[in-house]
Design a protein around this ligand. Structure first.
Ligand code: ASP
Length: 318
């Protein structure tokens, strides 16, 4: 069988990322972080690794990076706690694994992968998910591992407003929630040289979210989906609206049932279905032919991609 040219794309969250309040040095830090992650995933894909392995590696590197709202650097709930969500899906088999509302698993995407591999369930939440991770030998940490001072200050500013916001919305508020550290949910999608697709997403959720709230990221079909027959999709933005339009699955469904191109399908979801109910954010998607779409209806989305052995491309604003 002819080998496909591998493709990897990642995001570090979408939202009101304000060009005016982002210094050149801050932007450079994001570009560098995104580039390192894409380079590592790209190297794996070139060696013949699966899309599943490449997306999981990219997401765990992003979880470890405090610039982004996943793993270390996650946002706070209204109760000043952390509740992390993650999911991964294999487009070759439609196998999927996800975890929600955890605060002791260092790399949530690894736990999602373990759920996928275990195969008995798709989504585990809370203490049961943590017990599962412990049984599978995953690294456990105290919740304070996820905390950063910038995120705590962001919660204090938002809590008074009664709003629940994506990390990037902070930049639009006066004073900005988090002038010097605008963080984001993370995700990755890939096509490997064997023609298989995968998607993975990980997040701390939304600042000031109610304790127990679960967003779109760990819900298969909402924030994360992959099917070799169509596309792999990872979303970021106001999770409730992504759940209501089944955003990630809708991209694939438009392609499967309506014959839409990846570009048309992502445009319809991001520029029509989501805005119609007040949904802001974006998604990254790759289809089985290697076409890419990095679509958002917000001011910016941290994003990067690489095709074959070509040099990675990173971007923040529109
Ligand atoms: N979609 C995530 C959630 O609602 C937040 C984000 O992407 O920034 O939990």
């Amino acid at each position: 069988m002819k080998k496909a040219t591998p493709v990897i794309a990642i995001h570090g969250g979408a939202g009101t990322i304000n060009a005016a309040t982002t210094s050149a040095a801050q932007a450079q830090a994001y570009h560098d972080a995104l580039r390192n992650v894409v380079l590592a995933a790209q190297a794996l894909l070139i060696k013949g690794a699966s899309a599943l392995d490449a997306t999981c590696l990219a997401v765990e590197m992003l979880e470890d990076c405090p610039l982004f709202n996943a793993g270390h650097g996650s946002v706070f709930t209204h109760g000043e706690t952390h509740e992390l969500d993650a999911a991964v899906m294999d487009g070759a088999t439609l196998a999927a694994g996800a975890i929600a509302g955890v605060c002791h698993i260092r790399r949530p995407v690894r736990a999602a992968r373990a759920v996928l591999e275990d195969g008995a369930h798709v989504l585990l939440a809370g203490p049961g998910a943590e017990a599962f991770a412990r049984e599978h030998g995953l690294e456990m940490v105290e919740p304070s591992y996820f905390s950063t001072e910038a995120r705590r200050q962001q919660l204090y500013r938002v809590r008074g407003t009664g709003r629940v916001v994506t990390d990037h919305e902070g930049a639009a508020m006066t004073p900005p929630l988090d002038e010097d550290k605008k963080l984001g949910t993370v995700g990755a999608v890939a096509l490997d040289m064997h023609g298989h697709l995968a998607a993975a997403t990980s997040t701390g959720g939304m600042t000031n979210k109610r304790v127990g709230r679960i967003g779109d990221s760990p819900l298969i079909g909402a924030g994360t989906y992959a099917d070799d027959r169509t596309a792999a999709v990872s979303c970021t933005g106001s999770g409730e609206m992504f759940i209501r339009v089944a955003a990630a699955y809708d991209v694939c469904a438009r392609m499967a049932y309506g014959g839409a191109t990846l570009e048309a399908a992502t445009h319809a979801v991001v520029q029509q279905s989501l805005p119609a109910i007040g949904g802001t954010g974006g998604l990254i998607a790759v289809d089985r032919h290697g076409n890419l779409s990095l679509a958002f209806n917000s001011e910016g989305m941290y994003r990067a991609h690489a095709r074959g052995d070509e040099s990675p491309v990173t971007a923040i604003f529109a």
